[in-house]
Design a protein around this ligand. Structure first.
Ligand code: TPP
Ligand code: MG
Length: 322
């Protein structure tokens, strides 16, 4: 693919900063004790989600995990609905009944968020198979972690997707840890992407901290899937810069690892690319300031919103049959 043009770069930057500022805000609220919910930080992985969502059309499908804030906000869930769901309010995407680990918003293509490691891959196949049958031209991206690649469903889903040439992109965000276990201690293969060869599938491994690698890789993968050539496995290397979930200890990470991840932080790297492409400091700061205004308004809206009423408990849970 040709060099990313300025418009695409601006789009990826804006989405990346939206993800980052949302993450910062969430941690601030948790630290202040203003909210008390589970939150899986995405610090260090913002760019991957932003680039992946920027490579999609608005009506494409996404399946993500508990660490899915990046996909959810970068794909475009309205902020008031996103915060409403996280805070368990009736204004949320699932009327406050899903919470942070089950955010679903079909209007923006966020079809499922799952807390069951690896379970998103077969679900993505189902969505992709529906698109293939309907001929609607949609692509499904499923995001998962390195740990999830060792679940049986990973093998089953990749085999089936390649067999039927499903329009799906398997996006593995390899943040080098599955909970508290380092990659080399939970995975026998040297990486995840090379496993694609075992299914006759296209597999690529890219630096998820470099916009010039991750964005073109996602655009190519999505194009490949959409054109009927079948699925692609993209392994995006990154670092989880904080603990497994908010508040979790991460002192088990060796010092060299911490130093390495600071040096590879995708945000200063992206900012440098933007400045090299003649965006000004003022322009970039203004984008972040505008995002912060939107986030603060959305947080206030969610804090003020009512909790779902008890009458809602069984609604949208079971299908009524005659
Ligand atoms: C089937 C299943 N097994 C175990 C868990 C507990 N668990 C939650 S997150 C996690 C780590 C997954 O690591 P990875 O796939 O690398 O994703 P990351 O958290 O690094 O984004 C585990 C083992 C679970 N939720 N589901
Ligand atoms: Mg991981």
């Amino acid at each position: 693919m040709a060099e990313i043009d300025r418009e695409q770069l601006l789009d990826v930057y804006t989405r990346t900063m939206k993800v980052n500022r949302t993450d910062e805000k969430f941690r601030e609220l948790l630290m202040q004790g203003k909210v008390a919910v589970m939150y899986y930080c995405v610090r260090g992985q913002e760019l991957i989600s932003a680039a992946a969502m920027a490579a999609l059309e608005d009506d494409d499908y996404v399946v993500c995990t508990y660490r899915g804030q990046g996909e959810q906000t970068a794909k475009g869930i309205p902020m008031e609905k996103w915060w409403g769901e996280c805070l368990g309010k009736e204004t949320g995407t699932c009327k406050g009944k899903g919470g942070t680990m089950h955010i679903t918003d079909p209007d923006t293509g966020i079809m499922v968020t799952t807390g069951v490691v690896g379970s998103g891959l077969p679900i993505a196949n189902g969505l992709a198979m529906a698109s293939q049958n309907n001929g609607d031209g949609r692509v499904t991206v499923v995001s998962f972690g390195d740990g999830a690649a060792n679940i049986g469903g990973f093998h089953e889903a990749l085999n089936m997707a390649q067999l039927y040439k499903l329009p799906v992109v398997f996006l593995c965000q390899n943040n080098r840890y599955g909970e508290h276990t380092a990659f080399a201690d939970h995975t026998a293969s040297p990486d995840i992407s090379s496993r694609a060869a075992g299914y006759g599938m296209k597999g690529v491994k890219v630096d998820g901290n470099d916009v010039n690698q991750i964005y073109p890789a996602m655009v190519d993968a999505v194009e490949h899937a959409r054109s009927g050539k079948g699925p692609v496995l993209v392994e995006a290397m990154c670092y989880r810069m904080l603990g497994h979930f908010f508040g979790a200890d991460f002192s088990y990470m060796p010092e060299e690892h911490l130093a390495e991840m600071q040096a590879e932080d995708p945000l200063p790297k992206l900012r440098k690319v933007m400045l090299d492409r003649q965006f000004t400091e003022e322009e970039l700061d203004k984008i972040v300031a505008n995002i912060d205004v939107d986030i603060n308004n959305a947080v206030q809206h969610a804090l003020d919103a009512p909790l779902p009423s008890t009458d809602e408990i069984y609604k949208d849970v079971l299908e009524e049959t005659a």
